[in-house]
Design a protein around this ligand. Structure first.
Ligand SMILES: *Cc1c(COP(=O)(O)O)cnc(C)c1O
Length: 367
């Protein structure tokens, strides 16, 4: 049995008639840039997240870059970021001339640690950037008052967290001044190419983002900023609007598959399983083991494709700028880089496929 990490055709096949109808409508509508389908998707996505506004941009990275820019944070100000995030989070800070302060995660959740954020806050802090890593919401009930007391905005990196909720059912992307989403095809809600969005209740932030995603245009022939061209394609928005109608069911399915992993893999070898949280959106199902490379090779031989998120943390990347960290400087983050393994997780996977993965993991430790 072959169990893929990603199979976009499998996701698209049952939706093909609906998706093609949308493509046809866009092709015949004559408004391919900032078209009606984009505005319609933005309204639907805002409602789904539980905020007033959403604005489409061309990637999750740009959602972060443009949001940090729109907030007009003081140059060289410090932004508190989890050390074990995807590189784009850190890059977005650097691209704005800001200084990423990397904090170690909490060991059990692998997510942003409230005490570590508290310790990292200083007079130079200008923002806190929680990443809802792997689909688990950060402890927003504690982070929100912490940032408020420090007088700095919270910007959520919700690129992996479409559908992550707190105990009250409040969704990722609705807690901070802004929520930054990616629609990279691999995410819980994925386009057929790059895409992203910012969610917010703040009308003036929305207005600034509308200028920043559109070359700095303030009206048809007038430019007020030197800015990117970073709009979400109308065609992608039309496809995303179809998929959004299925997203609740898809996230529920991810949770169902995660429960099977939880039940079958608990106590196997030295595995540490993801924190059990009913609000987890399970973008990824990430286990930890000291035998990571051996397990990964065993699974590959048995047709099970796995991923690493992420084997090289941002502070150990060989960059054209010095982040000011050395190997050994963030020991827990470095331990995670060596021990994390992402098992196949996607709403399209069958129970039989998940059982097969579990059988092979058990065999790798027992056999
Ligand atoms: C995917 C991702 C991004 C970047 O999104 P793109 O759409 O690929 O630019 C940013 N942060 C995190 C945590 C991500 O997983």
């Amino acid at each position: 049995m072959i169990v893929p990490s990603k199979d976009y055709a499998r996701q698209h096949r049952p939706l093909l008639a609906e998706l093609l109808a949308e493509v046809e409508a866009v092709l015949l509508a004559d408004d391919p840039i900032l078209g009606a389908a984009l505005a319609s998707f933005e309204a639907d996505f805002a409602t789904w997240v539980g905020v007033r506004h959403a604005i489409g941009v061309n990637s999750g990275t740009d959602a972060l870059v443009l949001t940090l820019r729109a907030l007009r944070l003081p140059v060289s100000g410090e932004v508190i970021v989890p050390a074990n995030t995807f590189f784009a989070t850190v890059a977005a800070v650097l691209k704005n001339g800001l200084v990423p302060v990397l904090v170690e995660p909490a060991r059990d959740s692998m997510n942003l640690d409230v005490a570590a954020v508290g310790a990292a806050l200083s007079a130079r802090t200008v923002a806190v950037l929680p990443v809802h890593l792997y689909g688990l919401l950060c402890p927003m009930a504690e982070l929100t008052p912490l940032a408020a007391r420090a007088g700095v905005p919270l910007v959520e990196d919700a690129a992996q967290a479409h559908g992550a909720v707190d105990v009250a059912g409040r969704r990722a992307g609705s807690f901070g001044i802004a929520g930054c989403f990616s629609f990279h095809p691999s995410k819980n809600l994925g386009a057929c190419g790059d895409g992203g969005a910012v969610t917010t209740d703040d009308a003036s932030l929305l207005a600034e983002l509308a200028v920043l995603r559109n070359l700095g245009k303030t009206s048809k022939y007038a430019f007020g900023r030197v800015a990117e061209n970073s709009k979400l394609d109308t065609l992608q928005a039309a496809l995303l609007r179809v998929k959004l109608r299925h997203l609740d069911a898809w996230v529920a399915r991810r949770r169902e598959l995660a429960r099977i992993y939880d039940a079958r893999l608990r106590g196997v070898g030295d595995l540490t399983l993801p924190l059990a949280d009913p609000g987890h959106a399970h973008h990824l199902y990430v286990v930890r083991t000291r035998a990571r490379d051996r397990l990964r090779a065993h699974l590959a031989r048995r047709g099970v494709s796995t991923g690493l998120h992420y084997p090289i943390p941002p502070h150990l990347q060989e960059l054209d700028v010095d982040l000011g960290y050395r190997r050994g400087g963030l020991p827990l983050t470095e331990e995670l880089a060596d021990t994390v393994l992402s098992l196949p997780m996607s709403h399209e996977l069958t129970f039989a496929e998940i059982e097969h993965v579990c059988d092979q993991v058990v065999e790798a430790f027992d056999g």
